[in-house]
Write a protein that binds this ligand. Structure first.
Ligand SMILES: *Cc1c(COP(=O)(O)O)cnc(C)c1O
Length: 392
């Protein structure tokens, strides 16, 4: 097999070796159930609590406000359903955006069927919400504002601090899906007035199937999963001890080297964008030029199908995405690209290259070289492109 060039770090990341090393003993040596009272169990319990501390520290929260889940989707489901059901007596209105991850969007659609009302805020051409529209959408019935920290497709970062201030002033809970932001951006839940925050370890070099929901002390929320008394009666089920240990190590590593890593990533990202623009015409950058995730590049190539582009890149050993892992399974263009106003045909020609800690400038050069070839070959088959060329 050809050497793989992995530029799909927004879909998932590899587990770093330091993370794996910390996890390994918890599979078959330290396998005790954290709820058991003998020493083998209490070793696991200690490991879980150490990880909880690391995660709390990373976002400025008390460890008691961190609750482990089986990933980002569960955290999103819990935040929305848990708040909605528990606060039904206060109101039935939720505000979110049109560009949320399906973990939030589909949960909102489910809640609508249960009688809740949901406002889906528009975004501008860069994918940023309008704070005035947010303020105007608030009613006496509003119990929750759920707005993602950074978008998984186009990388746009929302004005979270301003949203937090609005929510706090109106006494409305503020949840943010920070799955793309945690481990990549400095986040302080106090400074930002965040009440609930979703995260997933596999987006920052931890294992899959483990995540957490930060729940501010005093927030009234129902459990999503009932059963045993784990997670202080809020999330039943024997803890995923190796996963939790891995998540703790991964978040610690991410914030230890954050500034240096981000400087490197932004340099690589901007170099990739520049080289593509220098060598390919009829291409557009989606998302905000600066308010974007350090590793995110999202482009639309006119006269091209994103799917064909992905397949051709795969043949060169390059892993990328045409929007999001979830949308590439369907024929509909991504809801995010439509929400920023792209016409269907332009949205269809989109490509997401998401860079991570293991990418290099050599890889960037290789990807640009291959993209130039592939785009030229695919466009040669497009009658529309031929006509545009002749008209020039
Ligand atoms: C990946 C992702 C999720 C889902 O996380 P899982 O761990 O795959 O369930 C939710 N929201 C965003 C923004 C994501 O990028």
């Amino acid at each position: 097999m050809k050497k793989l060039i992995y530029m799909d770090n927004a879909a998932t990341t590899p587990v770093k070796s330091e993370v794996l090393e910390e996890m390994l003993p918890y599979f078959s040596e330290m396998y005790g159930n954290p709820s058991s009272i003998y020493s083998l169990g209490s070793h696991s319990k200690v490991a879980v609590e150490e990880a909880r501390e690391k995660i709390g520290k990373a976002i400025g929260a008390n460890p008691k406000e961190i609750f482990f889940t089986a990933g980002g989707s569960e955290a999103d489901n819990w935040a929305l359903k848990g708040i909605a059901y528990r606060n039904r007596d206060k109101g039935n209105h939720i505000i979110t955006t049109k560009i949320e991850h399906h973990g939030v969007l589909h949960t909102c659609e489910y809640l609508e069927k249960q009688g809740f009302e949901v406002t889906y805020l528009d975004v501008d051409e860069y994918g940023i919400i309008d704070l005035n529209q947010l303020k105007k959408s608030i009613t006496d019935e509003t119990i929750l504002i759920s707005i993602m920290f950074a978008n998984n497709e186009i990388g746009t970062i929302q004005p979270i601090k301003e949203i937090g201030e609005i929510a706090k002033e109106k006494n409305i809970y503020f949840h943010t899906d920070a799955v793309q932001a945690i481990g990549h951006i400095n986040i302080d839940v106090e400074e930002l007035n965040i009440d609930l925050l979703s995260m997933a370890a596999h987006k920052f070099y931890g294992p899959k199937g483990i995540g957490a929901l930060y729940i501010r002390r005093g927030v009234k929320i129902d459990p999503l999963i009932s059963g045993g008394a784990q997670e202080r009666n809020r999330r039943a089920g024997t803890e995923n001890v190796p996963g939790i240990v891995g998540m703790g190590k991964a978040i610690e590593l991410a914030y230890e080297n954050l500034d240096e890593n981000n400087r490197k990533l932004i340099k690589l990202r901007d170099s990739l964008i520049k080289k593509i623009f220098d060598n390919i015409d009829h291409v557009k950058l989606n998302g905000h030029p600066t308010k974007r995730l350090p590793g995110n590049v999202n482009l639309s190539f006119e006269f091209i199908e994103g799917e064909s582009l992905l397949l051709s890149l795969d043949m060169e050993g390059i892993a990328a995405s045409s929007g999001s892992a979830c949308t590439s399974g369907t024929l509909d263009p991504s809801h995010v690209l439509l929400a920023i106003g792209l016409p269907h045909e332009i949205a269809h020609g989109s490509l997401r290259l998401s860079l991570g800690d293991f990418n290099t400038e050599d890889e960037v050069d290789f990807v640009v070289e291959k993209l130039v070839e592939i785009v030229a070959r695919l466009r040669a088959m497009s009658p529309l492109y031929e006509r545009v060329k002749e008209e020039k």
